[in-house]
Write a protein that binds this ligand. Structure first.
Ligand code: ADQ
Length: 454
């Protein structure tokens, strides 16, 4: 098999010590495959002076990085526009954030064509040619590649929810984008719900014929399957047991000085439910004065898509909510909400996971959410409060599941988590750890690739 991965971002970044592979689920899952057998990774070039072709590592290359250099206007239309202001809110049922600007789809078409051309330039032709495209940035590329390479094996993994057909059809370009995706041999989603939604979209909007796990359209069959993603379990387990992490977790507990710690860790994104989570914590404090001074909520938010106005507004609203809650409830040495707007390394995050008694992971929608899996792996006896509107909820039934739109229910779940008897905590956590181990990210990549090439 000769593998070409096509993704929005390349898997390497420049650091003070030279070029390094970047940290992240996708890179972790796919680099071992590329390192073992060689291959190509096609991704966007965000800055003009980066090389278009970069064998990596430079001294003894394992694979080739091929950049698609984008101008600032292209980046604005394709990434900040079509990806972040159209496909992202639509797929998460947040149609109030939709910005259906014609210029976005025009640039998106053009950039997808450039990605397809770069892939065709680099990927060796032949019967064992395998092309694996990632995510909602590249919906049109599969058909463009298929037109030139009818015999190539083309897969696509969609990392976010595929919405219900009635929501998807809001998109003026819904049919064109679906046809683009149906150039694939296999499309992967995290869970069956998204598989069903995709099939229904193809059936209703294109008149495609659908069967158990396939869509038949225009003389071509595309298989559609659920392949839930995981994390690198062994690495997270080792990091969370590292003595530096254990000590940092202890220090954090001492510094906060409360009996209970609840954490939230997210990119600052309106889909992650950070604001309603803060409001639920506020209600919890109003209703349960006996907990004043006894519980700290620690919310870490990574800056994300800061050029998009709705993200700037969310930041202001979160800042305001934190100020309001602390202004009302803080006393003596107790600060109810500790808020950090910055990025941490995974190693540092492990200390927070380990220090917490409960994690409040309450997205309004999320394709999977791997923070859940990181917390479960790192914690020793924590309780996971999990939104039922995530892919993870289907796979983690032992979590304390909540509807993130139900503020009363969320507030009650915080109390329930803090008061959960030890035996119940242990039993749930055993089940959760087992499920997370089975979801390991290396298995995810292998399972998808072996189905793609079967
Ligand atoms: P994301 O929306 O980015 O990914 P998620 O699955 O939660 O969502 O992964 C976030 C990653 O970023 C985690 O590894 C987490 O540790 C890290 N992270 C979060 N906050 C951080 C912080 N403050 N500092 C440092 N790191 C932080 C998309 C989909 C998800 C899907 C993944 C994988 O939206 O639903 O699970 O892809 O398919």
């Amino acid at each position: 098999m000769s593998l070409t991965v096509v993704a929005n971002r390349v898997p390497i970044r420049a650091t003070d010590n030279g070029w390094e592979t970047s940290v992240g689920g996708l890179t972790t899952a796919l680099l071992p495959v590329l390192e073992e057998q060689g291959g190509i990774w096609v991704g966007m070039g965000e800055e003009p002076d980066l090389p278009v072709r970069q064998p990596f590592p430079a001294d003894d290359p394992d694979f080739l990085v091929r950049r698609v250099p984008l101008t600032e206007d292209e980046l604005d239309g394709y990434y900040y526009g079509m990806a972040n202001r159209v496909l992202w809110p639509l797929s998460h049922y947040m149609i109030q954030h939709l910005d259906l600007h014609e210029g976005f789809i025009e640039t998106y078409r053009d950039v997808n064509r450039q990605f397809a051309e770069a892939t065709l330039d680099e990927s060796p032709t032949g019967d064992d040619e395998v092309i694996w495209i990632q995510d909602y940035h590249l919906m049109l590329a599969p058909r463009l590649i298929r037109q030139e390479r009818p015999r190539a094996t083309i897969g696509h993994f969609w990392h976010i929810p595929w919405p219900a057909m009635e929501v998807y059809r809001i998109l003026p370009w819904a049919r064109e984008l679906l046809r683009g995706m149906l150039g694939c041999d296999l499309i992967g989603f995290h869970v069956e719900e998204y598989v069903e939604n995709f099939k229904e979209s193809a059936r209703v909007l294109l008149g495609a014929e659908v069967s158990d796990h396939a869509v038949h359209f225009d003389g071509h069959t595309t298989r559609v399957e659920a392949h839930p993603i995981g994390i690198e379990v062994d690495r997270f387990e080792q990091m969370s047991e590292d003595e530096v992490v254990v000590e940092k977790a202890q220090k954090l507990r001492q510094r906060l000085g409360t009996e209970h710690i609840v954490i939230g860790i997210d990119r600052l994104d309106y889909t992650k439910g950070v604001l309603s989570r803060l409001e639920a914590f506020e209600q919890f404090l109003e209703e349960n004065p006996e907990y004043h001074g006894r519980v700290s909520f620690y919310q870490i938010a990574t800056p994300s898509r800061t050029k998009v106005e709705s993200y700037q507004q969310l930041k202001r609203e979160v800042d305001e909510a934190v100020g309001r809650i602390n202004g009302q409830f803080a006393r003596d040495n107790w600060v109810p909400v500790n808020y950090r707007y910055r990025t941490y390394t995974q190693f540092e995050l492990c200390a927070f996971y380990r220090a917490a008694d409960a994690a409040l992971i309450t997205p309004l929608r999320d394709g999977m959410n791997v923070v859940t899996q990181e917390f479960i792996t790192a914690t020793q006896n924590g309780v996971l409060i999990l939104s039922e509107l995530t892919g993870a909820a289907y796979l983690l039934p032992e979590a304390l599941q909540v509807n993130p739109y139900d503020q009363n229910g969320l507030a009650r779940s915080i109390k329930e988590a803090l008061e959960m008897p030890d035996a119940d905590r242990r039993e749930r956590l055993t089940g959760l750890k087992q499920s997370v181990r089975e979801l390991d990210v290396h298995r995810w990549a292998q399972a998808f690739l072996s189905s793609l090439t079967a």
